[in-house]
Ligand binder design. Structure first.
Ligand SMILES: CC(C)(COP(=O)(O)OP(=O)(O)OC[C@H]1O[C@@H](n2cnc3c(N)ncnc32)[C@H](O)[C@@H]1OP(=O)(O)O)[C@@H](O)C(=O)NCCC(=O)NCCS
Length: 356
């Protein structure tokens, strides 16, 4: 059986006349992800992920396969526009009822061919791997593994991808006991000392910190453990921060950020952000957390995390949980998260295919 891969319209805004396929593709994505994690806690709403499709530095193309007129599978291809970064990201998701018939292969072949046509050398895929029985494939980092018999693992291996890293998804049940949380903030700031001071904001970065946040975002791309993925440096400038935050204004989610200033230099040493959905019944997503290398070892990671959880409890209380993703080998960050009370809910593999 052959399947026709169609490019699906990415609407300029969620109320546009051509938004239906895009909306259906996000519902499909969420259904497949929920099967992998056993929870719908992670599911974003279509309007919330739309800005990522319009990122000027890394736009996404959307594809689908229909069976009897209904969307049976989707895939996206994200192409970094920088010529020095010959990389692309993709994913393929097929509804369970349509698996094992070549739909996934058709979509994967399509996006791989397109990535090659655009001169990309490396293709990255993040795939959820639910736990399963039998032999396991261990990440080359030595931390984390995925079941070899899983369909996504077989599919990616057969297509020439290699497993480079395993990420852990963890969940923190809310609310935290207020006294415990404030004690944790006090304990972490006692270790960090008088050289550091916290700042916080909701959504847009204050003018004063734009240059510092551009540096921190750039360092996020190089300083987070990336195993054998060779992820390129993603350079942020002041104007890119402003543009990205302008685009995010279209999302109903709010970003709560806590940053720490190194008082002697007047520069930011780290930050942590939580992405909060408008509906109180939905989970909050932990976004980036970074402490610059030169400021590590002062308990700033813990300080930022607990300060932002206290911030969340104060400004946007009532959400059931916070979800976070960390590389299995990122022991420092996992130590902080485990101490705060995060518990593992599932894993995803980071896969790489060399296209040339
Ligand atoms: C991984 C995934 C995309 C595969 O989709 P799929 O449509 O089942 O993929 P295919 O049908 O092309 O290939 C799957 C299996 O069916 C077999 N197959 C392909 N065409 C077939 C056909 N015409 N008849 C029978 N079997 C067929 C393939 O050989 C393959 O078998 P294998 O895994 O034992 O080697 C799907 O399982 C999925 O959506 N998983 C969750 C999302 C995910 O993890 N995505 C990450 C991968 S990018």
């Amino acid at each position: 059986m052959t399947f026709t891969v169609e490019e699906l319209a990415v609407p300029t805004d969620i109320d546009a006349a051509d938004a239906a396929d895009y909306v259906a593709s996000i519902a499909l994505r969420n259904e497949v992800e929920a099967l992998g994690y056993g929870t719908r806690d992670l599911a974003p709403e279509p309007v919330e992920v739309l800005p990522s499709f319009h990122d000027a530095e890394s736009p996404r193309l959307l594809f689908g396969v229909r069976v009897d007129g209904a969307l049976a599978a989707r895939s996206f291809l994200e192409l970094n526009t920088s010529e020095e970064s010959p990389v692309a990201w993709a994913t393929v998701e097929v509804l369970p009822a349509h698996r094992g018939r070549g739909v996934g292969t058709a979509l994967a072949e399509h996006v791989e061919a397109l990535a090659r046509k655009h001169g990309r050398e490396r293709l990255y895929v993040y795939a959820v791997s639910p736990d399963g029985p039998g032999e396991r494939l261990v990440a080359p980092t030595g931390y984390g593994s995925v079941p070899l018999a899983n369909p996504e693992v077989r599919f990616l291996l057969r297509r020439g991808f290699s497993l480079e890293q395993v990420e852990r998804a963890s969940r923190l049940a809310l609310p935290l006991e207020p006294a415990r949380l404030s004690a944790a903030v006090v304990a972490a700031s006692a270790v960090s000392g008088d050289d550091y001071r916290l700042h916080r904001w909701v959504r847009r970065t204050p003018e004063r910190w734009l240059d510092d946040m551009a540096l921190l975002f750039t360092r996020m791309s190089t300083d987070a453990p990336s195993a054998g993925l060779e992820e390129p440096e993603d350079v942020w400038t002041r104007s890119r921060v402003v543009e990205a935050e302008e685009r995010e204004e279209a999302s109903p989610r709010e970003m709560l950020t806590v940053a720490v200033e190194h008082i002697p230099s007047g520069r930011l040493a780290g930050y942590s952000s939580l992405s909060v959905p408008p509906q109180q019944a939905r989970a909050v997503m932990q976004d980036d957390t970074l402490v610059l290398r030169e400021h590590r070892g002062h308990r700033l990671g813990m300080l930022l995390k607990v300060a932002n959880l206290a911030n969340l409890a104060e400004l946007r209380p009532g959400h059931p949980s916070v979800i976070t993703f960390n590389a299995e080998e990122n022991r420092h960050m996992l130590d902080v998260n485990e101490a705060v009370g995060f518990e593992p809910i599932g894993h995803e593999g980071a896969w790489l295919k060399r296209l040339s």
